[in-house]
Design a binder for this molecule. Structure first.
Ligand code: M6R
Length: 571
């Protein structure tokens, strides 16, 4: 994960300007951050940029690189924060990705007398460059050498003390160059500088660049210069918190409007894409690849497609190696960020086996969108809270639309759920006292059970398990004790769901039913819908509100839960 951002300009810019860009990448991780500039400044802090940006001493520079960290190798300490440097503090490096053979490289460098200050994989990069420059290579040749012998993923910015040059290199992790009036910005994604410029060049794998205040060159790993044209992009309006306490509740409340926008777009500007994907999936097997919440939307989506007679399956992207795709498979990546590394890796494998690649993403111009032959944008607007809400609802609705179903009344249904949020708030005051929560569903409801449990876990830190209701009696029911909350998702008094729910009730569980016909448990939330598919999408919104109010009652940092990042860009 991690975000990197650099600027090189003809006239000086302040450290605040650099950090404002970095702050826009904070969704990639917020364990610590740091920056270095050509004036010799090196600053690091534990915690998120937002908490420090106004306290940082202002300095001016013409070249700077910066980094916001989600820890992979080495704990959350100042030593492990980026930028990292070599023994003589001549080279400074920020890195997103994982150098998989770092131990081997590190041992080699240690044997040559290098002294390491951190436990990170990244620190091998400045020492490697130092070592090879010492032995007579140019910095550029040392970079080429690094690309050749390193294994793993990286987007790297490197600068030399007191010099106005940024070196950059990329493999798998995203990297994009932006053209400014008086120089260049370079970052993990365009959002870092989308308020400054909309002219960009995306790097491809194993490319490196040398950028000075006036010019730049991009090269392949053999040093051959590559001609790349700038492309321009448009960007959605930026979100702010307004009068809301958290982005999460703002984003849940936005769902009806986001769904209206999505339906309009699918009917109009995205109509051709929808038609093309619909034709493809009628004659091919569909395999959704996704992670986390996007996987749960995909799982729900497989039920929608199967109901329409389309052969569909969903796989968690990091387990893709267990699946076989071929030219008769349409792999549909579902991703909010469009940058999730597990999904990107699965798509690379799918591409190698000649599968057709499509996607459903929220962030435009993302890597996954660019890897796809056809891509639907769900138009949810920026989602800032780490826990995905309005995007889940949009992903599920987009797949339902692809199945040919009508979704025009979804907006109204979501509105009616949100209007009753105080009912959910009240019950969450009860739920927040639980140590464990079980969420039961069947068929479409199983996807929802998993999603609601994930939402509860990630923001309230209460242990929650989303289960197939019928599977409970095969083991997990041993954990049901008097007073344990069970959230049961019951559509049209489904008999199997009612039996499983009763079985937990018989052991003293407190039943919280999400249903369309009242269930005589401790608490009901009735979704007023006879449409099974829309009911299950709306049940997701109920679950999001349950998670939100439970976490709020516990005083959790809802928008930035511990240990998480919005965009998971490492394997
Ligand atoms: O950006 P993506 O949709 O590809 O992200 C996938 C998951 O990392 C993401 O859905 C994660 O599970 C969220 N924190 C869930 O709220």
């Amino acid at each position: 994960m991690c975000g990197i951002f650099g600027m090189i300009r003809q006239s000086p810019f302040s450290s605040n300007e650099l950090l404002q860009g970095l702050k826009r990448l904070e969704y990639r991780g917020y364990d610590s951050f740091g920056f270095a500039s050509n004036t010799g400044e090196l600053t690091k802090h534990i915690g998120s940029i937002s908490d420090f940006i106004d306290k940082i001493n202002q300095s001016e520079a013409t070249t700077g690189i910066s980094h916001t960290r989600w820890a992979t190798h080495g704990g959350v300490t100042l030593q492990n924060s980026h930028p990292h440097s070599d023994c003589n503090e001549r080279f400074f490096v920020v890195h997103n990705g994982i150098i998989e053979n770092y131990e081997e490289l590190k041992n080699e460098l240690l044997s040559r007398g290098h002294v390491f200050k951190s436990q990170t994989d990244t620190e091998v990069i400045p020492h490697f460059i130092e070592e090879h420059v010492k032995s007579g290579l140019s910095i550029e040749d040392a970079i080429k050498m690094f690309i050749k012998i390193s294994k793993g993923t990286f987007a790297v910015l490197l600068m030399e003390k007191n010099k106005n040059i940024i070196y950059a290199m990329k493999r798998d992790s995203p990297l994009v160059l932006g053209l400014m009036k008086d120089g260049f910005a370079i970052a993990s994604d365009i959002y870092a500088f989308s308020n400054i410029t909309n002219r960009v060049i995306f790097f491809d794998d194993n490319e490196y660049a040398i950028i000075n205040q006036n010019d730049f060159g991009i090269y392949d790993s053999y040093g051959k210069q590559i001609k790349k044209d700038f492309m321009t992009f448009s960007w959605n309006k930026e979100e702010n918190l307004g009068n809301y306490e958290h982005y999460m509740i703002k984003e849940i409340i936005e769902e009806p409007v986001a769904i209206e926008r999505l339906i309009n777009s699918l009917n109009n500007e995205q109509h051709d894409t929808v038609e093309k994907i619909s034709s493809l999936i009628k004659i091919r097997k569909v395999l959704f690849v996704a992670c986390g919440t996007a996987y749960h939307a995909s799982l729900l989506g497989t039920s929608f497609l199967r109901f329409a007679g389309i052969n569909a399956d969903a796989v968690i992207a990091s387990e893709y190696q267990n699946y076989m795709a071929d030219k008769n498979t349409c792999v549909i990546a579902v991703s909010q960020s469009g940058e999730t590394m597990d999904v990107i890796k699965a798509l690379q494998a799918a591409r190698a086996s000649s599968a057709v690649i499509c996607s459903i993403v929220n962030v435009p111009h993302s890597t996954i969108e660019r890897m796809s032959s056809l891509s639907i944008n769900i138009k949810a607007g920026q989602e800032i809270c780490v826990a995905s809400t309005k995007v889940f609802t949009g992903q599920a609705a987009a797949i339902l639309y692809l199945s040919g179903a009508k979704i025009v009344t979804l907006q109204k249904l979501l509105d009616s759920v949100i209007k009753q949020k105080d009912v959910i708030k009240k019950i969450s005051e009860d739920l927040c006292k639980a140590r464990d929560i079980y969420v039961l569903g069947k068929s479409e409801g199983y996807a929802l059970a998993r999603e609601i449990a994930l939402k509860i876990k990630e923001i309230s830190y209460i242990h929650a398990e989303g289960m197939m209701a019928g599977e409970l009696k095969h083991g997990t029911i041993a954990l049901i004790e008097p007073g344990v909350p069970v959230i049961s998702i019951i559509f049209n008094n489904n008999e199997d769901m009612i039996s499983s729910t009763k079985e937990t009730e018989a052991r003293g569980a407190d039943i919280f039913a999400i249903t369309n016909k009242p269930y005589p448990g401790k608490w009901n939330f009735v979704i007023d819908s006879e449409d099974k598919k829309l009911f299950f999408i709306a049940a997701g919104t109920v679950g999001q509100l349950i998670a939100y109010y439970t976490a709020k009652a516990l005083g959790r940092p809802i928008d930035k839960p511990r240990n998480l990042a919005k965009s998971v860009t490492v394997k």
